[in-house]
Design a protein. Structure first.
Length: 217
């Protein structure tokens, strides 16, 4: 009768050590704290802590929203709505997901909702008189970054006009990668597609932009 040799258990010293968890970004740390306060019923304390999240993300959120909506007031509305929704649903935030990814997904969805609502309004709105069509000047942004200075230049305006001509998914990926400065991995999580798909859309967007800009020379 043969005997089965028992499997030898690995000792703690020989067992493979688990890979260390990646450190959380500051916004994810603060979001976890806000969630803990919110869930424990300390709403006022959670609201005060949430103000730091707004400070951390507001500038980038405004840039993303403006690239979608091309209107300062609509972009501000989208950002504020996104922050309100995030706070009221903070209990559903999963700490394993980078907070910025979760927030960006909510912001982008709100921008898309406003785009659809604006399109519906335009279809049913009577064209105003010529005197009422003068554009309202946008307030100048204080302390412009190099990127904002580029966008205010003639070439920058041509680039952004070309971005508007991209197909929706390419424009979305280009905006998140190049304007919001998110990695392809973060964008894949935001959009719920594979990272390879994000790279394909980004490659096609850049190629199409080069073609559009080359025609203007």
């Amino acid at each position: 009768m043969s005997r089965t040799t028992p499997r030898r258990m690995q000792s703690p010293a020989t067992a493979a050590a688990p890979a260390p968890a990646a450190p959380l970004h500051r916004d994810s740390e603060v979001a976890a704290e806000v969630k803990a306060l919110f869930v424990s019923g300390k709403r006022d304390a959670a609201r005060e802590r949430f103000a730091e999240l707004v400070t951390l993300l507001q500038r980038r959120a405004a840039r993303i929203a403006y690239q979608y909506l091309r209107d300062v007031h609509d972009a501000d509305e989208a950002v504020q709505d996104a922050f309100v929704k995030v706070f009221t649903h903070i209990a559903t935030y999963r700490e394993a997901l980078p907070f910025e990814v979760w927030f960006t997904r909510i912001l982008v969805n709100r921008c898309l909702d406003l785009q659809k609502a604006r399109s519906r309004r335009l279809r049913w709105t009577v064209s105003p008189s010529p005197s009422a069509q003068a554009p309202t000047p946008e307030p100048a942004a204080p302390q412009q970054t190099p990127e904002e200075r580029l966008l205010s230049s003639e070439r920058g305006r041509r680039i952004m006009a070309a971005v508007e001509q991209l197909p929706e998914r390419q424009r979305l990926v280009f905006t998140l990668c190049q304007i919001a400065e998110q990695s392809t991995n973060e964008v894949s999580q935001t959009l719920g597609v594979s990272e390879a798909t994000v790279r394909v859309h980004l490659f096609r967007a850049v190629r199409k932009l080069r073609g559009l800009l080359a025609r203007e020379r």
